[in-house]
Design a protein around this ligand. Sequence first.
Ligand SMILES: [Zn+2]
Length: 288
Amino acid sequence: MRIILFGAPGAGKGTQAKRLEEALGIPQLSTGDMLRAHVRNGTDLGREVDAIMKAGHLVSDDIVIRMISDRITAPDCAKGFLLDGFPRTVPQGEALDRMLAARGLAIDAVVGLDVPDEVVRDRIVQRRSCPKCGAVYHLSKLPPKVPDTCDRCGTKGLEQRTDDTLEKVNARLEKFHKDTAPLVQLYGPRGLVKSVDGMSPPDEVFESTLRVIGIGLSGVGKAPAKVAAGRKPASRASAARKPAARKPAARTPAARKPAARKAAPKKKAAAKAKPRPAKAKKKSARRR
Ligand SMILES: [Zn+2]
């Protein structure tokens, strides 16, 4: 599964990315982190990038595509990947598509965590933290027991991070919408853009995400940790829930091995059973 994940600042993208990584057995590829790692490790590409940045230029799309192209040949990308922070423009998306197509691959889903701008603003602007112990508060939803005093360590004078002003939050939101628009433009017409309500508790957001990408919880096992530990418990759990889908031969221990192949038809069935891309598309498209 090749997924592009996006979400406003504070929408819980990091949490969901981690869970998807574990549940689907695919790595999160953050292009910014990847570039920095190349520079840090002094690879050929890293030296090239370092020189470009030191000269004050932007790293070209071509280089980023090359880096992704190289990265997805690694064994951990065999089942797919979760792309984060790229593409940010239509030409970047088109270049990505061409590179994938040359390998017989394609993006399967573009998932957006939907949190209204007002909520993002409220979450961030009302956030206060303790300068001593780092405890985080929200002035109206999670206020300290004694005003302006840390519950945990008693420090007086809770602080607002310099990035957490209304002006800066608005700038971050504006950038987010600007980055998101090309994704909707490019992948929307193909029915790939899926919107997930990011206001729900993390567990529900995760379930919704699996649902929109056409994988039921049964497809990955109930808890992501189980899948990470090995495919067997997941395949047994899903077989128990849907006995009809299991072939009699699957009962012999030897036949349990190809778990991935057995799960595949079920994924497709789930995708067919819940086609709701039209609504999701509309919702995202309205954003800006
Ligand atoms: Zn404190």
